[in-house]
Design a protein around this ligand. Sequence first.
Ligand code: ZN
Ligand code: ZN
Length: 231
Amino acid sequence: MRRLPHERERLAGAKARLDRLDLYDVPASLARVRVLVEPRLFRVPGFRRYHGYSFWRTIVVRDENASSDLLTHEVCHVWQAQRRPIAQLWAWVRHSYRSNPFEREARAAVGATRDYHRHVDDAHKTRLARNEDLFRQVNEKIEDLATRHGDDAHIYEFFCECSDMDCSERVCLTLGDYEHVRDNPARFVVVKGHELPEIEHVIERAEDHVLIEKHGRAGEVAIKLDVDAES
Ligand SMILES: [Zn+2]
Ligand SMILES: [Zn+2]
């Protein structure tokens, strides 16, 4: 039998969802929990209705695409077995599948945490976009000073507008080049290699820097921050 690819990370993701519920006095433990991929199990009569099954500390899934929802459901059953093994076994004898309180608990746990990833993701992306906005504000000051005092051909040092708060690298641009970046509020200039594919894509590549544009949630935040700054 094969182990599920990225088993530990995927189990940890499922546990993080359950931990967040705070329903349980004792959190689930992933010690010695393993996930096997075994499509043949689900061809056995009685198992056909399932996509995953847990036996004590072993979770068996139908295929490698086991979703976060499925793993969260099964880790909930593992946790039930860790905590109330006899009651869990007894419930399977006494109740039908859907009315089994342990089954209902696992379903409720999945439902209550379904937005978790999206939520964490959005918060993370919002923070990254805000970091970049700070550098943009500094660069706009530089631009402002340069416009009043400098000439067009002069090369100025602008701060890298990447999402790393600790980055203090510089990007060398003429005023015209920088204004071209600023034409679009979702665009930023960063040192080559400082782009983050999860929130932005590259629009133009120069020798030492790249022009990036944010997509999705980060793009919306960037545009909103820009509008707020101007109003
Ligand atoms: Zn179940
Ligand atoms: Zn940087």
